[in-house]
Design a protein around this ligand. Structure first.
Ligand code: FMN
Length: 213
């Protein structure tokens, strides 16, 4: 099983991040997670999850919140965002890919401009230089010209830009349905098999839709 890096920054979208950690570990993968200080605040606001003071307390609280399933459950290790000596800071560490979920426009801009000021930005920079998968999940609206330019720069450098934009054609009934669609698409980009969301043309109801009169 592989090791993936997950960065959680101060954009809105905690449910996506928690579900991604849950899905990766349930599939037996190990995760090196990093949460920015703003990400921690937004997480507390959106999910009520107060992580605690020390890194180990935070890690334990995060793991408890995941309730991962499956026998071959993977682990989550939490790293301090200022720990630039962490394994994912180096291209020599065999990290299979990274997702930044949610990705604030600030973090996105810094990565697009090569400013590795913390472990999330440095690990993303490493993914790009090593030509490994980097999935960036921004959540902002409307988008300024600066945001759009930074996204184009990152796309051209090899990242996948996967905005947290749930669709409705699968008729989601719960917020979890909408979250799972985005998380399933992230897992697809990371090369992790999943059945989290409805696939057009594969799941029966989709192919039944008649578009002509
Ligand atoms: C409740 C709350 C929600 C936020 N939502 C977003 C958001 O959806 N997208 C975004 O780019 N920034 C959002 N921000 C602003 C970022 O948290 C802020 O720019 C922060 O400096 C990002 O730092 P980071 O990239 O190190 O996590 C939000 C802030 C708060 C307090």
């Amino acid at each position: 099983m592989a090791v993936f890096a997950v960065g959680i920054t101060g954009g809105s979208g905690t449910p996506y991040a928690l579900r991604l950690l849950n899905a990766l570990t349930s599939a037996g993968h190990d995760v090196h997670a990093v949460i920015s200080p703003a990400g921690e605040k937004v997480m507390q606001l959106e999910s009520g999850l107060k992580l605690g003071r020390s890194l180990r307390e935070k890690e334990a609280a995060l793991v408890r919140a995941l309730e991962s399933e499956g026998e071959g459950k993977g682990s989550v290790r939490l790293f301090d965002p200022m720990n630039l000596a962490a394994p994912i800071s180096s291209g020599s560490f065999p990290c299979a890919g990274m997702a930044i979920v949610p990705c604030s426009t600030g973090t996105l801009g810094r990565i697009a401009n090569g400013i590795s000021s913390n472990l999330i930005e440095r690990a993303a920079d490493v993914m790009l230089k090593e030509r490994r998968r980097l999935v960036v999940v921004p959540r902002e609206t409307p988008l300024s010209e600066i945001h759009l330019r930074n996204m184009l720069t990152l796309r051209q450098a090899g990242a996948d830009i996967l905005p947290a934009m749930p669709a409705f054609y699968h008729r989601p009934r719960t917020i979890s349905d909408m979250v799972d669609m985005i998380v399933g698409r992230i897992l697809d980009r990371l090369g992790v098999e999943n059945a989290l969301f409805y696939r057009w043309g594969k799941d029966t109801a989709a192919s039944d839709v008649e578009m002509e009169d």
